[in-house]
Design a binder for this molecule. Structure first.
Ligand code: GRG
Length: 296
């Protein structure tokens, strides 16, 4: 590994910002307001954890960056759409996201709805129109993978359970089911899509799949702890929302200490699944560390 994690991620993030800017419709092209709002929702914000996971998985299996960038962008566009819709009054009703006013506050509700719709379809357009694999069948699998991870059997389904669980007490397995879908599915998809851009073997896929499941759930457990413990300025979104909304979380169910221990256990399981990759999986290890140790 010739460069440290900080330099590796900074280089990727700065290049990726340009890629996203080029892939999004220009703000001066009609319908201008919608295109400007799409750019507002996607550009210049967020930790970009999912794209970094896609790049790390792609590099691990020798995929070309020129292909992996579309896989990374497709996942980030789905993620951005989910945040825009989640913040709307009909869902979480929030005013702050990524340190700035939420999309419906900055624009209006109808525009925010269309922003989410348009980002979602753009994500699939990218996977369909760029060559991501030499094997067309594999590329179709990628489209299906993202669809399953985003839809009612993935993120949107997890969101539906989340909305229905307000004011209710869930068991730990029920909470886990919700979070594996709402948050975990897209994180897992980012890793697998990155790996699909190269020539990962079935055994490698299975290890990466397990890694993705562990870090996906760990991400949410840490998110629950941060929502309870961090402040709004650090998070760039309203802190304490889960308690305010009377939502079951790992913190309300288990307490902060047990939630932290659970995140540590998932972290260890994630690292264990990378052992056979040796040093080649260093970036994924570092991203797992970031996900669990992050402060925002
Ligand atoms: C509306 C279909 C639909 C789904 C929404 C992602 C989601 C589902 C809701 C977001 C609410 C939330 C706080 C989820 C918990 C974990 C999560 C996805 C946090 C946000 O992701 P980060 O921290 O955000 O990666 P940035 O801004 O860094 O990209």
């Amino acid at each position: 590994m010739s460069v440290d994690f900080q330099s590796w991620s900074s280089a990727h993030l700065s290049r990726f910002e340009t890629v996203l800017g080029d892939l999004l419709p220009p703000g001066d092209v009609a319908p201008q307001r919608l295109h400007q709002a799409m750019r507002y929702a996607v550009l210049d914000g967020g930790k970009r954890v999912r794209p970094l996971l896609a790049f790390a998985a792609a590099e691990l299996v020798g995929a070309e960056l020129s292909r992996a960038q579309y896989a990374a962008a497709s996942v980030e566009l789905i993620h951005a759409y989910s945040l825009v819709h989640d913040d709307m009054p009909c869902m979480d009703d929030d005013v702050l996201r990524r340190g700035k006013p939420t999309c419906h506050v900055q624009y209006d509700e109808a525009t925010a709805l269309l922003v989410g719709d348009s980002l979602q379809t753009l994500a699939f357009q990218l996977l369909a129109e760029h060559r991501l694999s030499d094997d067309p069948q594999r590329q179709l699998e990628m489209i299906k993978l993202l669809a399953l991870a985003s839809g009612s059997r993935g993120m949107a389904g997890g969101q539906a359970i989340d909305l229905a669980s307000v004011g209710k007490s869930l068991s730990v397995p029920e909470l886990e089911f919700m979070h594996i879908h709402k948050t975990g599915a897209l994180i897992r998809a980012a890793i697998l899509l990155g790996a699909h851009c190269g020539n990962a073997t079935a055994a490698q896929f299975s290890r990466l799949d397990h890694f993705g499941k562990c870090v996906g759930l760990a991400f949410q457990v840490v998110d629950d702890v941060l929502d309870a413990e961090a402040d709004t300025v650090t998070l760039g979104k309203t802190a304490g929302k889960d308690a305010d909304n009377d939502k079951p979380t790992y913190v309300t169910l288990l307490g902060v200490q047990a939630a932290r221990s659970m995140a540590q256990q998932l972290h260890q399981d994630a690292l264990d699944s990378l052992v056979e990759f040796g040093g080649a999986a260093q970036r994924l290890r570092e991203l797992a560390d970031f996900i669990v140790l992050r402060k925002y």
